[in-house]
Every structure is written in C-alpha cells, then in structure tokens.
Design a protein around this ligand. Structure first.
Ligand SMILES: N[C@@H](CCC(=O)N[C@@H](CS)C(=O)NCC(=O)O)C(=O)O
Length: 213
C-alpha cells in the first residue's frame, strides 16, 4: 500500500493554495493507474525532525512504499510510473520522451513559473520574469500544436506534471494561449484529476472543521 504524505492543514481562502498543493500530482497518478494508496498528514505549523528526515526541506509531498520513502513530486511521479504502463509506456523511445517532458515541465517551466509567482505574478506589471515565462509558453504552444499529449502519443505522467504547472500559472494570472488552454482543459477533465482535486479540497475542509470544534 502506498502512502502519500501531505499537510494536516493549510490556510484556505485567498491565502492558501487548496486544490494546488502538490500531493494532488501523486493522488492523480495513483487514481489514473488504479494503485492502492492512503493519504496521511504531517503538521503544517509544527514541522519536526521526523518530517525533515523524510523531506529535508520540510515540504510535502513525499511518498512511502513499504520501506522506501521518496520526496520531490517529480521523482514520486516517475517512481509511480515504474509501477504502471498507464503512466509511462515501456517502449524505450516513448519512455525517454515521457522522462524528458516530465523533467522539462519542472526544470524548464516550473523553474521560471514559481519565482515569477513569488515576484508578484501578473499583479506586478513589471515582473522581470514575465517575458521569459511568455517565451516558454510560446515554445510549449508550438509543441502542442499538433499533439494531444505532451509525450509518447498517449497520456503519461508528463501530462500530469505539465498540466499542473500550467494551471498553477494560469491561476496566478498568466493567460494561457488557446492551444495550451485547450490542452490543460482536456487533461484536467479526466476523472482521475477531478477525484484527486475533490479529495484534496475535502481533506483541508475536514481539517478546518476539526480545528473549529
Ligand atoms: N520541488 C518540490 C516542491 C514542494 C513544495 O513546494 N511543496 C509545498 C506545498 S505544494 C510546500 O511544502 N510548501 C511549504 C514550504 O515550502 O515550506 C516538489 O515538487 O515536491
């Protein structure tokens, strides 16, 4: 049985990223591949040594599988992809393409989109990272022009990570070009995403209730 670790609670409303917390990526992958999993919580407000032992930056998510613990959402996704062809085809060329686009989403796109967000996102008209981010969106638009999936001509973990970083960017106020918008819409219309999203929101809503009782 897999265990996905997330926070016990995070702020809601405008202050909190409910529906965008990265445990969603892992929940989504498990739902797609029909892998059995449970979700457990670690304290958001009081991150102790036990947390840092499993995630050295005090972040979530991290994953447990028997005696194995693994952190970084991208690493966790690739770990899960080893368990199911639904997440990554076994053909060598297709698997290479899936790996490549999973890392590209994180290392060529999210490495700009997250600092852009922390510098004020679209609320900051002179955000110094906006042009760079726009350029990357232009490149992704070019790639998606003639494909339904980002890699391997089928749904893979690369779509999970790519759609997630793109929707986070959209939520921070960056308009997505129509081809990218359609892609994100298509990928996030999958029942596995909808369940993962609803379950995450329910997890934090239940935590609100527990705190106020
Ligand atoms: N690169 C990490 C980033 C993890 C991350 O940013 N997690 C957020 C929640 S979505 C977090 O724990 N934030 C609290 C913090 O950074 O202290 C990954 O992809 O797993």
């Amino acid at each position: 049985m897999l265990t996905i670790w997330t926070y016990d609670w995070i702020p809601g409303g405008d202050k909190g990223p409910r529906g965008f917390v990265r445990d969603l990526r892992l929940r989504w992958a498990c739902e797609e591949a029909k892998l059995d999993y449970v979700v457990k919580s670690t304290s958001f407000e009081d991150r102790g040594p036990d947390h840092f032992k499993r995630q050295p930056f005090g972040q979530i998510p991290f994953l447990e599988d028997g005696g194995i613990t693994i952190f970084e959402s991208g690493a966790c996704l690739l770990y899960l992809a080893n368990k199911s062809e639904v997440l990554m085809p076994r053909d060598k060329a297709d698997a290479a393409e899936t790996l490549q686009w999973t890392v590209a989403a994180l290392n060529s796109f999210e490495m700009i989109s997250v600092p852009w967000f922390f510098l004020g996102g679209s609320k900051k008209p002179d955000n110094p990272l906006s042009d760079w981010l726009e350029k990357r969106l232009g490149h992704i638009e070019g790639v998606l022009q003639d494909r339904e999936w980002i890699a391997a001509a089928q749904f893979t973990v690369a779509d999970i990570i790519m759609a997630d970083v793109l929707r986070q960017t959209r939520a921070a106020g960056m308009p997505l070009r129509p081809i990218i918008q359609d892609y994100v819409h298509r990928i996030c219309a999958r029942p596995a995403f909808e369940k993962a999203y609803a379950d995450q929101v329910a997890h934090f809503t239940a935590a609100d209730k527990a705190r106020s009782s």
